[in-house]
Design a protein around this ligand. Structure first.
Ligand SMILES: Cc1ncc(COP(=O)(O)O)c(C=O)c1O
Length: 374
């Protein structure tokens, strides 16, 4: 298939054992969810993150839906989460019948501003959903302290954070449960895919049951609870196992790519680059984002159009939850304002960041950015 842009925003690397393992699935006939690659993938990622259980599902959004449901969050409950994130986070809460409660993001790291969390705790708060974005983790210690103080659950959205750590503790190892996505732009991909990780045996069993329509071992077609078919196929897991074998190499490669971009783009007045290092982590540059300062007379959409003229694929930043028409129609977030999220949503974009990107392409993109912006 031809790419619309010579330099696409994302191109994965699939040149390890992916093809070999897929051929194994096809030759053995194990293509649905009952093949061995699913269990290998679950065990492999759980071991990497230091969790007891992995439950592979069809995508990261499904992992969030299932995780929220498995924690028993429902009508009357509130979940605190960042306004600056993908809609999957808030929609998992809304689909469960609970209420999302928002906090703004930090203007430098673009992650949730953890100093705003405590003020949002009410007697109805059941959980804090932390979402690590673009390559730097959320500052977890203050969140864990608040969760502990008020007896709240923590759901860790590590969809973009394979191979990252917070103060040497792997991302995906925090809270009651964490989730990952394996969409094609993630550090490891299965095409579409996701996983829930937890140390809690009962929660893991509940997630497995909900993933599988609530089938029961003793009487398969008799259901005590409504679930979903969120299963991952053996074909997807085969790709995941091959990708996981290379996670460390992929993370190192992403870090090199991010540093190269930063070295080439440094010094452009009013162009905000990703934070390279925080006190608690070094960036893994899942996606290389930039934010245009007010000095630029154009916004992110116009910058994207300029870069498209150079055949460079880009993506806009997320659009805040409180500005989503779908939630406004539901009467959510009325009158709420989160200026940092509103600002970066309009002035942020990310540059080609896929693992297949070459140094030559990064140099070309950086030159085009300078030409377009300076
Ligand atoms: C932070 C975050 N959470 C959740 C998801 C949802 O994952 P998926 O696309 O696999 O449904 C994504 C997707 O990219 C994401 O970036």
């Amino acid at each position: 298939m031809s790419q619309p842009f010579p330099i696409p925003v994302n191109e994965p690397l699939l040149d390890g054992n992916e093809k070999r393992y897929l051929v194994e699935c096809i030759e053995s006939g194990w293509v649905s969810s009952e093949g061995l690659f699913v269990a290998h993938f679950e065990e492999g990622l759980a071991a990497k993150v230091g969790r007891k259980h992995g439950i592979a599902v069809s995508n990261g959004s499904a992992a969030l839906e299932l995780g929220v449901a498995a924690l028993g969050i429902g009508p009357g409950d509130e979940v605190i989460l960042p306004t600056f994130t993908i809609i999957s986070c808030a929609s998992a809460v809304v689909h469960a019948g609970a209420t999302p409660v928002l906090v703004d993001c930090d203007p430098h790291t673009w992650n949730m501003d953890v100093s705003q969390v405590e003020a949002k705790v009410t007697p109805r708060t059941r959980a804090i959903m932390v979402v690590h974005l673009y390559g730097l983790p959320v500052d977890m210690d203050p969140v864990l302290e608040i969760a502990d103080k008020y007896g709240l659950k923590v759901i860790e959205d590590a969809a973009e954070m394979h191979g990252q750590a917070y103060r040497d503790r792997p991302c995906g190892s925090f809270g009651e449960l964490s989730i990952f996505s394996f969409y094609a732009n993630k550090h490891i991909t299965t095409g579409e895919g996701g996983m829930i990780l937890t140390d809690d045996d009962r929660l893991a069993e509940h997630c497995r049951s909900l993933r599988d329509l609530g089938f029961q071992a003793r009487r398969r077609f008799v259901h005590e609870e409504l679930g979903w078919n969120f299963r991952m196929s053996n074909l997807q897991a085969a790709v995941g196992v091959a990708q996981l074998e290379r996670l460390d190499e992929f993370v190192a490669r992403k870090r090199r790519m991010g540093k190269r971009y930063s070295a080439l783009l440094e010094g452009i007045p009013a162009l905000q680059l990703p934070v390279g290092s925080a006190a608690y982590a070094d960036n893994i540059y899942w996606a290389y984002g930039v934010v245009l300062g007010e000095e630029f007379e154009f916004d992110a959409e116009q910058a994207r159009a300029l870069l498209a003229q150079h055949k460079i694929g880009t993506r806009p930043f997320f659009w805040p939850m409180h500005e989503q028409p779908v939630f406004q129609k539901m009467g959510l977030f009325k009158g709420e304002a989160y200026p940092n999220a509103e600002y970066i949503a309009r002035r942020g974009l990310y540059l080609p960041s896929g693992l297949a990107l070459t140094d030559k392409q990064i140099d070309y993109v950086a030159r085009a950015v300078r030409k377009a912006l300076c």
